[in-house]
Design a protein around this ligand. Structure first.
Ligand code: TMP
Length: 217
């Protein structure tokens, strides 16, 4: 029997939408065949710089530089992700290219438009399925934003618009993004919906050859 490759599953969303919880639950449910990778990956040298930027407002970096560091942080894992998929392992991603573009473009820095922000991620392997978690409650009424640099209600609203604009403009260059509305729903309810959306993708047989991996173009 031909060996099957694993599937790349991405969960995206704004801060405080329950992404990380859902990613962990999904990876747990997938069992030994799954790896969970979170971006930013704060465990690397580049990730440590990103962590300092996010947690220390006094740490100054040009917006272009921090954007490219987030992208470089994804490229650090690229070969490993492709290797896992070809070895038949599923990979669950907690944030990826879309967060990279949406958060940076939401800063509205002259010259850093959506295309500029996207350019450094061209060539990264594309997910087989992308779920975008949305909470319809206004960011003003939701509690729980933390202390990190981007966790401010007004900025999150801009990121929300950027995500939507991005899904429309990237159009055919990205796979269909499925929106999951988490408003007022329990962790278990969302988990079940995530599972129902992911399972058909897992069941689809794809041979484990390099040519079956798609990339952002
Ligand atoms: P986290 O809360 O999921 O660890 O993400 C940290 C912050 O970094 C979050 O506010 C989103 C932001 N971010 C970017 O600005 N660009 C990126 O490429 C990624 C992956 C995250």
């Amino acid at each position: 029997m031909t060996k099957q490759r694993g599937k790349l599953i991405l969960i995206e969303g704004l801060d405080r939408t329950g992404k990380s919880t859902q990613c962990s639950l999904l990876a747990e449910r997938l069992g030994e065949r799954a790896h969970l990778i979170k971006f930013p990956d704060r465990t690397t040298g580049i990730g440590a710089l990103i962590n300092t930027y996010l947690t220390d407002e006094a740490f100054a970096l040009p917006d272009e530089s921090i954007h490219l560091l987030f992208s470089a942080n994804r490229w650090e894992q690229h070969a490993a992700i492709e290797g896992m998929l070809l070895a038949g392992q599923h990979v669950v991603l907690d944030r990826y290219v879309y967060s990279g573009v949406a958060y940076s473009a939401a800063k509205h820095v002259p010259g850093m438009d959506r295309e500029w922000c996207y350019a450094s991620d061209r060539g990264l392997v594309r997910p087989d399925v992308t779920l975008f978690l949305v909470n319809q409650e206004s960011n003003d009424t939701r509690s729980g934003f933390g202390e990190e640099r981007y966790e401010k209600a007004a900025f999150q609203e801009r990121v929300r618009s950027e995500f939507h604009a991005l899904f429309e403009t990237l159009g055919p260059r990205c796979d269909e993004v499925v929106t999951v509305d988490v408003t007022g729903r329990s962790i278990q309810q969302v988990q079940q919906q995530v599972w129902d959306l992911v399972q058909p993708v897992l069941d689809e047989p794809i041979d484990s050859t390099l040519s079956t991996l798609k990339h952002f173009t």
